[in-house]
Write a new protein. Sequence first.
Length: 303
Amino acid sequence: MPEPRKLKRRILLQGGIGIAGATAAVVAGSAQANNASDERSIAQATLQPSQGGQFANQVVLITGATSGIGEATARAFAEAGAIVHFCGRRENLGNQVADSINSTGGRATYQKADVQNEAEVKALVDECVRRYGRLDVAFNNAGIVNPRFVKLHEQPTQDYIDTLNINALGVFLSMKYEIPQMLAQGSGIIINNSSVSGHKGYTEISPYNASKHAVISLTRVAALEYARDNIRVCSISPGGVDTAMLRYAFAQRQVPFEEAVQTLPIGRANTVEEMAQSVLFLASPQGSAFHGSAVDVTCGLLA
């Protein structure tokens, strides 16, 4: 491997900055019966009265919310009065996040599920509706970056399959089971997490690039198909967000993180909290004009 080098803006924009559009968690595992900690979270989420807020008593489903952008968004929705039901691979961490939200007056429940497993995605949505009676907002956020940063001909085929299964198939399956409930209740908002990599190419992460382009395409098709059904579908395209995934990308390229983010147009990384506020805006009445939009939240990388 080459020695760490001083990063130039050209290298950054051609390299791995695009992977910041997904949460650091890799959503995997199988849905299990709720353990004692999960039951405690369910009771807290169900019994605590709403403290008011822009999303008071709305039901929000989030995939991949045990850390990163997903966790920040779960906390932001809960602070705004929503009831949050979320999934993630790491069961202990998921229960910790739910307990933390509930202990500060929010309402949240965690369910372990794998977004590339159709039965488990259906179970996730069904359980959310069973507990809370409806589904107002879905943030399909779960995603991974391919583990090997190599050129396309060197990419293991299984890495490509795994990345597409979680990032693209996971979004497809999530919408497949969220939309029928929204059709039945006559309304709903879906926001999918894409990336700056969904708009342009970045070297050595071809599986990730392909998957995030797919997310934007799925979003646009769904937006057209359900616009007359009072269902809005949009996506966000993060880039340069301070997550474990972005730090991993720069580590793979032998580039110091703090040096790398200084080359971004705004001179710093975005925060997960800023990404969360973008999601809340799209889910609010103020975002009513956004249909099929791939909203640029890339620190200026698409300017």
